[in-house]
Design a protein around this ligand. Structure first.
Ligand code: SAH
Length: 434
């Protein structure tokens, strides 16, 4: 099946920054008008958005999104990107959020209070996000690469900020955030003391939301790469390479887990990107590590990471399906399969299901008896239960018995409001293969 080279999103942003596509949540064609340039506009308006009768419950319970069909009316003047107040049908204030009538999600809440959304607000949000990470032990001497802002999970819908040592990489996916980025960067500099801020706003989101996409150094010194350590592994990535913020930080803890399971194993890291899984496995005492990625740039990065960390990895530039089809059967003891999103939209679901099933069946064919398979899906449209059923079907196809011994998700620096299923995308199953 055809896979996407990146995990980037086109439709409505999830906290992961990966593609998400809900029922009734289709992108609209861009209208032929001049888009506001990033940083322009964005008033803190007095407008009030009233929900329809019976539609406020999830919002009272912490869900941050208001779908178009839940809105009864807007009272007052509200322009794209303005902050508006959200009320239930009876006019009780639920919170305030960014308004964008162009989106299928016209309101995204950023506060449950009635305060202005200004420079002080952003400073407080970023300080709170930082306090949460500190509570969870991030950053530390061993880990200086972490996610500081996880969009809805940190009450800043449309903003992801990943920190790499003394640099920050911001990914902007909503108009409301795009219009207020100067205040946000000021707050990041003040709270974190970062020396460089990189900015990326993927074209797909920018077009959907109606702002000008950018990929640039927003503050401080320009540098080709940003780096740091992840559980003691030295990593250096290009922040503006087109692959999200440059690093898939969500898998950090699972990479560490793979390191713990690697002793003496012949390891295969498929869809390796920067080689994070393979590097942890090599350090964890693997007998050998093969890392496969279809991108030449990824292969070069994996090789330089292996050198920088004093380990040996055989990096192979290949399509993962082709590699698995032609590799020696039953020759690996620990396999990681971490593909890009297969299901970008609901209509892709059946093809995605088939793709995951075939991929996992091929991986199981390459697994030696007694192997561990770490299999991942970052398709928000494939929920945890469906993914597990797909893996069961793959085992049947491969004629192997498997048992799940661990179920994992994104690392701790990716918090989300409970019940916000739109933000849940990453599923990881650890399987014992007989
Ligand atoms: N496991 C990585 C993240 C993977 S991101 C980590 O821990 O950081 C997905 C990767 O899959 C990208 O590097 C992309 O280049 C690669 N990729 C996409 N399609 C592929 C294919 N058909 N075969 C092999 N690699 C592919």
């Amino acid at each position: 099946m055809k896979t996407n080279r990146t995990r980037e999103a086109i439709v409505n942003v999830t906290p992961s920054g990966r593609r998400s596509h809900r029922r009734g949540d289709r992108p609209r064609a861009a209208t032929a008008r001049t888009l506001p340039s990033v940083g322009e506009g964005g008033r803190d308006s007095a407008a009030r958005v009233f929900l329809r009768q019976g539609r406020s419950r999830p919002l009272w319970f912490g869900h941050p999104w208001v779908y178009e069909n839940a809105i009864d009316r807007v009272e007052g003047e509200a322009g794209p990107g303005d902050v508006v107040s959200l009320t239930d049908h009876d006019g009780r204030l639920i919170g305030r959020g960014f308004y964008n009538p162009r989106s299928q999600i016209p309101v995204r809440l950023c506060t449950r209070g009635d305060a202005p959304v200004d420079a002080a607000f952003f400073r407080a949000r970023i300080a709170a996000a930082r306090a949460l990470r500190v509570r969870l032990g991030l950053p530390s001497a061993a880990t200086t690469i972490y996610r500081l802002i996880n969009s809805e999970g940190d009450d800043l819908p449309g903003l992801i900020v990943d920190v790499f040592g003394d640099a920050a990489v911001a990914q902007i996916t909503t108009l409301g955030i795009a219009q207020r980025k100067a205040e946000i960067y000021d707050a990041l500099e003040a709270e974190l003391g970062v020396r460089a801020i990189f900015e990326s706003s993927p074209a797909g989101y920018a077009e959907l939301e109606g702002f000008v996409a950018a990929s640039r150094v927003a503050r401080g010194e320009s540098r080709p790469t940003v780096g740091g350590v992840e559980d003691g592994i030295r990593l250096e990535v290009e922040p503006l390479s087109g692959q999200k913020t440059g690093m898939f930080i969500d898998q950090r803890e699972t990479r560490v887990r793979v390191g713990q399971l690697a002793r003496g194993a012949r390891v295969l890291d498929c869809y390796a990107y920067a080689g994070g899984f393979g590097l942890q496995a090599a350090r964890g005492g693997a007998a050998s590590v093969v890392a496969v990625d279809s991108s030449a740039r990824a292969i070069a990065r994996i090789e330089s990471h292996a050198t920088a960390n004093g380990v040996t990895i055989e990096a192979v530039e290949a399509d993962a399906f082709r590699f698995l089809e032609t590799t020696t059967p039953r020759s690996f003891d620990l396999l990681v399969i971490d593909p890009p999103k297969f299901a970008r939209a609901m209509k892709d679901l059946e093809a995605a299901r088939k793709g995951y099933e075939r991929l996992n069946a091929l991986a199981l064919g390459a697994a030696a008896p007694g192997a561990v398979l770490v299999t991942c899906s970052c398709s928000q449209n494939v929920d945890a239960e469906s993914f597990e059923r797909i893996v069961a079907a793959a085992a049947k196809q491969a004629g192997r018995r498997v048992r799940v011994f661990e179920r994992r998700g994104p690392a701790v620096d990716h918090p989300l409001p409970p019940g916000f299923t739109e933000g849940q995308y990453l599923k990881v199953l650890l399987l014992y293969v007989d």
